[in-house]
Design a protein around this ligand. Sequence first.
Ligand code: GAP
Length: 511
Amino acid sequence: MSEDIFKKVISHAKEYGFIFQSSEIYDGLSAVYDYAQNGVELKNNLKQYWWKSMVQLHENIVGIDSAIFMHPTTWKASGHVDAFNDPLIDNKDSKKRYRADVLIEEHCAKIETKIEKEIAKAEKRFGDAFDKEQFLATNPRVVEYQKQINTILERMGKSLDKNDLEDVKALIEELEIADPVTGSKNWTEVRQFNLMFGTKLGATAEQAMDLYLRPETAQGIFLNYLNVQKTGRMKLPFGIAQIGKAFRNEIVARQFIFRQREFEQMEMQFFVKPGTELDWYEKWKETRLKWHKSLGLGDDNYRFHDHEKLAHYANAATDIEFRFPFGFKELEGIHSRTDFDLKAHEKFSGKKLQYFDNETNESYVPYVVETSVGLDRLFLAVFSNSLREEELADGTQRVVLALPAAIAPIKAAILPLVKKDGLPELAEEIVRKLRYDFNVMYEEKDSIGKRYRRMDAIGTPFCITVDHDSLKDNTVTLRHRDTMEQKRVAISDLPAIIDAEVNIKNLFDKQ
Ligand code: GAP
């Protein structure tokens, strides 16, 4: 069922000019996508909402835009050269490649589905008297399922920590995990695979320097932290944010724009006094969840997934997960990264990266709390959640992309009823009036009904129809995307009516 929905999401994104496969005429490039004419507007609006919320509305957060190419020692210091690996496994029969940890996690997700089924059954049986927490803690079947999941994940975590890849393979065999496509259980050994893309800088092969395409934007912030702190005269606590491309040679890149090889991150590193980081971590968890909920995609579609197994640089970490069409998956990561990165860069560069605290008269390396959201995943969350097929009262169907109005690519379409009698001229005049404040579009092809449907499918909140009466009394028909209600309004009232619905302030008010 949800697989069907996901297929519809992908085909809608292509058919209506949101996302295309990269290099499609050459049969495409796997896990690389291009944002099309409507997609880029939606993506830019999401960026703008994040930037405004995180940078411009916080007095103590500033933004930067650092280069994708960075000195290669950056990645040695950050640990990416040695440890940014995924364990991969190949199926000898199907020749398909998988992430060993993902195969095991998917096995656990199947057990979790069984728990959810038990909950649904019990909810039906007990009705209002159902106490979910008590049920989870006491129902023998559910307790047993949960125990199985915990044992599997704990063993996998330990084996990966020790780099005991033989045991990861043994676990896959013991759980009788089969190739999800072919059912074969004929596996190779598990190997580590570094996810960074390499490239070269320099004119001649002998002098070329090996570089990496950055796998996260965060390191550009760490390397600039002292420059920004000094030139911006920033006092702790303060943050540095940036939006930019990141690259990872993902082993298994499925699920459309969810897992790509080239993607965009919106990250913020918050520099704090050591010892205060866990309070800030809690604060940012709450702030970021509220930000996501302000988009109006449904509060139940979010949950935290706190990490039990922490990366070597973190003392707390969580994911904000979203209910995508293929289940709850990570949308944003929030990590308390201690002073690991700055200390490592001090060590590898030989430069001091300390902050002088005027209040206590001491110098120290700040601790860092990071918020990191994938822009493409945010796009997918908004897009997939907004796509609806509706049955109308007259028995027909319509497809509507019920995007939050403030981030819709086009805010209003101006449609002359017919292509003659001076209607296109008046419609174009309205376009000229509105286009400096709103992204609007003129459209005269096809019947008015077809044009409405097309605008619904793109997510345009308003359609403005210019007819013969408009020439006489300067009024137009304003159609609302969600209610399909049509009313007659004065042309001079259009800016205020549109603004009331599409102004980005409407989202800030919900934060
Ligand atoms: N600086 C921390 C960091 O990079 P991460 O959890 O690896 O942490 C942060 O990535 C976010 O970037 C994720 O929550 C996800 O939204 C996004 N992301 C990571 N890998 C991605 C990929 N291959 N394709 C699309 N988005 C990705």
